[in-house]
Structure formats: C-alpha cells, structure tokens
Design a protein. Structure first.
Length: 730
C-alpha cells in the first residue's frame, strides 16, 4: 500500500509555536490548538482558515472532542481544551447546511460563549472523556501529579501520584469503557510508569515499567479485541485489551489485559524502538493497527499482531520539502569540516579539538536569502556557496600563523545568478583548470562552470556553462518527472575527471566533465530498483546505495576498442546481491533502520560506513581492499600471459569471483540511537603514525569516524550542530 500527503497547510502557525492537538470535527475540517493560545479551524480541501480565536487561559496543551456528539449528524460538537491556567474550557461548535438540497456541505459556526470548569492548581497537560453508567465525565492531568475527575461545572474526585513526596508530571491519560461494569483509567507519567486505575473507586490497581521504553510516558492508547462469539447478559465473553504507550526515548510499549475468572490480569508484553526520539502521539486505527508520530518527524504504522513479533513498521515522512540530510562535509586532504547553517557557514580545523576550534565563519550576504549548499576544492584554493538567489565563488588561502594558529583569507571571485542550487561540487583537472558543478533547484540538470588560467596568469570563468540535462541521458524519463538525487566525484587520473550522478529511479551515469558531457562514460540504467541516496567513487570502484537498503558494487575497467580505450562498468552481481540481502535481513529488517542517508568507504581498512537519521553502522569486508587494489594487477597478468581463452584464465577468474562473493565477515560496531545524524564519514590519519602504532600494538590500528548531529530543538531556538570523533579498533 502506498501513502502520500493528501492535504497540508503551509505556515499554519505564523508565531512558530508548536501545534499541540489536531482534532477532526468534520470531513476535511480539523481544529488545532497551539501553545500561543490560539484555537483554529481549518478547511483542508481549500487550505483556508475558517475560524480563529483565543479562548483565554494562555497556552492550550490538549484538546479532545465529545465522543457522544457528531457535527454532521447532530449539527453541533463540543471540544474540551486544557489550558495553562489550570482550567478546562468547553468550546461549542455548530453547523448548518449550506443549501437545502445538499446536507453534506455545511458551514461552521462557533458559538460565542465558552464554558469554564473549576480550575486546578497547575496547567492541564492531557484530558479525555469518560463515558460511565452514572454520567459523562472529563479526566485531566497536570504537572503537579493530579488526576482530576470533572463533571460539567465542578471537580468530583482528585487522585494524586507522587515520588518520594514530590509530585510527578502526568503526561497522558485515557479511559477504557468497553463493557458495562468494566471501567479503567490509564495514565503515563514522568517516572516512565504506566498506571492502571479502577474507575469506580478511583484507586490504582497496578503500575508497570516496560523494557525499551525509557523516560517519560508521553502518550497512551488502547485496542480492544472483541470476540466474534455470541454474547448476552448470561454468556459474556470478555475481550482481550492491549494498552500501548510511547516513551521519550522513542520506544513503544504494550501491556496486555487477559480476562481470567471475570477479572483482568495485566501483563507487560514488550517494548520496541520505532522512533529516534520522543513519541508525541499514538492512536489506534480500527482494531488491528496503531499509528505513532514522533519528534523525529516520522510516522510509524504497524499491525498489532506484527508489533508482538519482529515484523518491521511502515515509515511515513509527511514532508513537502525535499530530503537533504547532509548539512556538513569533511574534506580529507585539508582535514577541514564545513558545517552549513541557514545564514552562516562554519569552518572547523584540527580534528583533535574539533568541538572548540572554529577557524572561520562565513556570514550570509544581505539579500541572498538562505544558504542551500557549499563546496571546497580538493586543494583548498576554491570555495563556492549557493543561496536561494546566487552562487558566490571565492578564492581561499589557509595560512599557519604564530603558535600554530590558522588564518583563512577569502577573496570574492565571481557571483553567478542562480536560484537555490541543491548541491555543489568542485573537480580539479590540473593546476590551470577546474570545474564547478551545480545541481539545479528542480533537480533535472547539472550546470558545469569552467575556470581556467589565462595567458597573463589570472583566473577567468567561461561565460556560458555547459548543461547536463537528465532527459538527454534517460530516454524513458519525461520532462518534469526526472529528479537527480545525488552526485559524487573522484579524480582518477591526470587526464580524467569523473562525475557519477544518480536519480530517484535507480539510474546512475558516469561522465567525464572534461569531455563531452552529453555522452556518458558509463551508463547504469536500472542500477537499483529504488531511489539512489548515496554513492562513493574511489579507485575505479563505484559503490551505490539505495534508500531502502540496496547496496551494489561496480568496478570500472578499460577495454581497447580499435585505436582507443573505452571504460566499462563491471558489476559483481553475486557479491552485490548477497551483500544486499545480508544487509537487509541483518541490519534493516531486524533493527528498523530506514531510510539510509549516506555511505563512505575506507579501502585501507576494508571498512564500509553506513549512516542514517539516528544511527551509524561500521562494517568490515576482509576482501574489499584486495578486490579493489589487486584486481588491476591481476588483469594485467592475465592479459600478458600465454593462457588461451577458456583455460587457466577462466579458472582463475571464477576462483577470484568466488573469493570476493564472501559476505561481510565482521560487524565492528553500530551506534544507536543518536540524536539526528546529518553527516558521517571516515577521517584522514597520519600514515606514518599509523604504521608506528601498528608496530607497537601488534598490527592493531584504529579507524576514526566523524559524525555531525543536530540536537533536537524546542521549535523556538536554533542550536549549532554537535561534532564528535570516535575511534574503533580493527
């Protein structure tokens, strides 16, 4: 089943305060509440605001609709909102048909008055309606540890949760009323505890803490599994009940209620990590599916039966903005990290003290908009930054001053009118010529700008850039539907500058930017059956990674065709398929780690790094270095030998192919959960120091990994990225 965003409202809350609740009150009509105290009704179909008011009482923390009233049938509905001042307010909404012939189209009218119920001692964090034999009640919780049972105008009962005499913040509450005489309340609090209460006596029955659900219990829901057997007053079949809840660490837990001798026995079943951070809401759809939303901007959907097994959940990312995980790039040759922000770019130097040594900060020029991308040349002499309006090219010098201090000198070179480039890359052909590549905002073309040294020794840029149009490369791609997802480059030889480009349909092309960009060096149409998210081009080896876990390896070889040499991409099908299946089964399906953001390869240690939104995985292939570095020599030996085709050469080729088909032999380390991984890669090390360390430690050396992660924000402030470095022994 496919999922897509059907309706959305851009910039719904201008103040930037978080939306705390969304309640559907009619088809394509929803009501929202926010921390700025606004109550708003939206028409999703027309994406317009129908009504907005401030009920009073400050921030609105929660909102629930009266389940006994339907706006379309009854012409009215009541919404209860919990406010900062400790009161619950009831908002009455009425509707009337827009014309006599069509009763389904109704206009919304908000009643002028708002009922106010007796205030509590602290802000109302959650509330729910409870339908009981003796009436309809409201249950509320607050940050003072109180659970209040409210009638229309007054408070009937107060229950309290404390820990060592101090009040406990109670984040969530629900009421269970599935069969007469069986009524329960369920709360989740800051202790990480789920409490089940008897609705009749308002006393706690049992408390639970579930593994893999750490921190505050932020939301609770329930699924009732009614039996299909016949039930009457004399032959009552009690249903099984599943209580599901979300925690601050991204875990979702379950407690099952089994009826034994007309009494429910509550058993904690299990907890699973379905989100990277806080689970903000969890709801039941029907009787067999649950949906949760977290602070990681992800929606997880799973059947209740699958939740208790090891099946993976469906992931939804309801975002209108294109995915752009990397906000930082590490340049090994310069040992320099460039971290991008919306309005400035930081340059970090000296990996040993990365966390506190910014050598240069570039501030956005007035009128440029926001920063979209940046790139640094391999020798560190050229730097370019793309904004929503321009591309600015600079010449750079990084000089060492006294006491090993570094100074960065930036001189403007050229300004190009260009709207919102998604990605920039530098390719240096030699000391006198280089190329700047810009991926267009529409992701359908790559512009190649050529810079060269003139006769008087000054640099100049060609006026007209060359263009690589994706529709010219992919014949089956219609105009307006193509989308380039990533591009990467690696300088292979003195006379060759290669560029690899992938798209959302799994196509990959390798081009020589020095030659004719309309004629690719290698064409890999249908390389993957999913979107290409990352590629690594190193030593004539191309590693391609898809968003759903496909990993394929290609080797670039040269063949003599007449009087010229042509490049050919040779895939290792058995290796790629075996590794892809292993990776999916062992890493993706078992750990629910999707999507993948990027990969990096370290040939010297035969290691592969894979990272995503909240994880980094470091894998080791024993044959990776041998396959890459020795294959060229092996091919030369075969070509100069006297073995005829079909004899010894074919046997060696089969043996070699069989050898490199081996699966990853050792999983070194995985790091999970992380806050919000934006970028990760291997770092450069001093080779002489490594050799010395290897001798001292009996050939044991370390791998340095750089990770850039953004701390989760509180929606009101923008925090800088945290950068850290870690070493693992091989």
């Amino acid at each position: 089943m496919g999922w897509a965003v059907e309706h959305y409202i851009p910039n719904a809350i201008q103040s930037g305060k978080p939306i705390t609740s969304v309640v559907e009150i009619a088809p394509n009509v929803v009501a929202t509440s926010s921390l700025d105290g606004l109550f708003t009704i939206w028409n999703l179909e027309s994406r317009t605001r129908v009504h907005q008011s401030i009920p009073g009482g400050g921030a609105i923390w929660c909102m629930e609709a009266d389940p006994t009233i339907n706006l379309m049938k009854d012409g009215k509905i009541i919404l209860a909102i919990g406010c900062e001042d400790g009161r619950v307010r009831l908002i009455h909404i009425t509707s009337q048909p827009m014309d006599d012939e069509n009763d389904h189209q109704r206009s919304i009218q908000v009643v002028e008055y708002v009922e106010r119920i007796e205030p509590g001692p602290s802000r109302v964090l959650s509330l729910t309606w409870s339908l009981e034999p003796n009436g309809k009640f409201l249950l509320t919780t607050d940050d003072a540890g109180n659970i209040r049972k409210l009638e229309t105008q007054k408070c009937l009962q107060v229950m309290k949760i404390t820990q060592k005499g101090s009040p406990v913040v109670i984040w969530s509450i629900i009421a269970l009323h599935f069969i007469p005489d069986y009524h329960y309340y369920v709360t989740g609090d800051a202790r990480g505890t789920v409490t089940i209460w008897d609705a009749k006596t308002c006393s706690a029955i049992q408390e639970f803490n579930v593994d893999n659900c750490k921190g505050d219990i932020t939301c609770v829901t329930a699924v009732v599994h009614f039996s299909r057997k016949y039930r009457d007053s004399q032959h009552l079949v009690l249903p099984d009940v599943d209580i599901l809840f979300g925690a601050a660490d991204g875990g979702i837990g379950a407690i099952r209620g089994n009826p034994i001798d007309s009494q429910y026995h509550w058993i904690p079943v299990r907890g699973r990590s379905l989100h990277a951070r806080d689970v903000r809401t969890i709801k039941a759809i029907g009787k067999n599916k649950i949906v949760s939303g977290g602070a990681d901007y992800r929606i997880s959907m799973i059947d209740t039966d699958d939740f208790f097994s090891d099946a993976f959940a469906t992931r939804l990312y309801p975002s209108k903005r294109p995915h752009r995980p990397s906000c930082a790039y590490y340049y090994r040759h310069q040992d320099l990290l460039i971290a991008e922000h919306d309005h400035h770019i930081d340059f970090w130097k000296d990996t040993a003290t990365l966390s506190d040594k910014i050598i240069f900060r570039y501030n956005l020029r007035k009128g440029d908009g926001n920063i979209c991308a940046s790139t640094l040349s391999k020798d560190g002499s050229w730097w370019a930054v793309a904004t929503t309006r321009t591309i600015r090219i600079y010449q750079m010098q990084i000089a060492i001053q006294q006491r090993a201090n570094l100074a960065v000198k930036v001189e403007p070179f050229q300004t190009i009118p260009y709207s919102g480039a998604r990605q920039l890359l530098w390719i240096q052909e030699n000391d006198t010529r280089c190329y700047l590549l810009a991926l267009s905002k529409e992701a359908d073309a790559v512009h190649v700008y050529t810079l060269y040294i003139t006769g008087n020794g000054s640099w100049k840029m060609e006026k007209t850039p060359r263009r690589i149009f994706w529709t010219n490369l992919v014949s089956t791609c219609k105009t307006g539907t193509c989308s380039i997802t990533c591009m990467t480059t690696e300088k292979e030889e003195e006379e060759t500058c290669l560029l690899a480009v992938g798209d959302r349909y799994g196509n990959v092309f390798v081009l020589d930017v020095r030659g004719d960009v309309d004629r690719p060096v290698a064409s890999l149409q249908g390389c993957l059956s999913e979107s290409v998210v990352a590629m690594c081009l190193q030593q004539n080896v191309l590693l391609v990674c898809g968003c759903q876990g496909q990993v394929k390896l290609w080797r670039m070889i040269q063949e003599d065709v007449g009087d010229r040499q042509e490049r050919k991409m040779e895939r290792l099908p058995a290796w790629s398929e075996a590794v892809g299946e292993w990776f999916k089964e062992q890493v993706i399906l078992s750990l629910d780690w999707l999507p993948i953001y990027g990969v990096d390869m370290d040939v010297d240690s035969s290691c592969l790094l894979i990272y995503g939104h909240h994880y980094i995985i470091l894998l080791h292939w024993e044959q990776l270095e041998e396959m890459i570095t020795n294959h060229k020599d092996r091919r030369n030996e075969e070509s100069t030998g006297e073995t005829m085709p079909g004899e010894r050469g074919q046997e060696e080729k089969r043996n070699y192919a069989k050898k490199i088909q081996k699966l990853p032999s050792k999983k070194l380390q995985w790091m999970h959960p992380l806050e919000n991984v934006a970028y990760a890669c291997f770092m450069s090390e001093n080779k002489n120091k490594q050799r010395a360390d290897e001798k001292e430690e009996n050939h044991h050396h370390s791998i340095s990994i750089l990770c850039v992660e953004h701390p989760w924000e509180d929606m009101l402030s923008q925090m800088p990225p945290a950068v850290w470095k870690k070493k693992f022994g091989v």
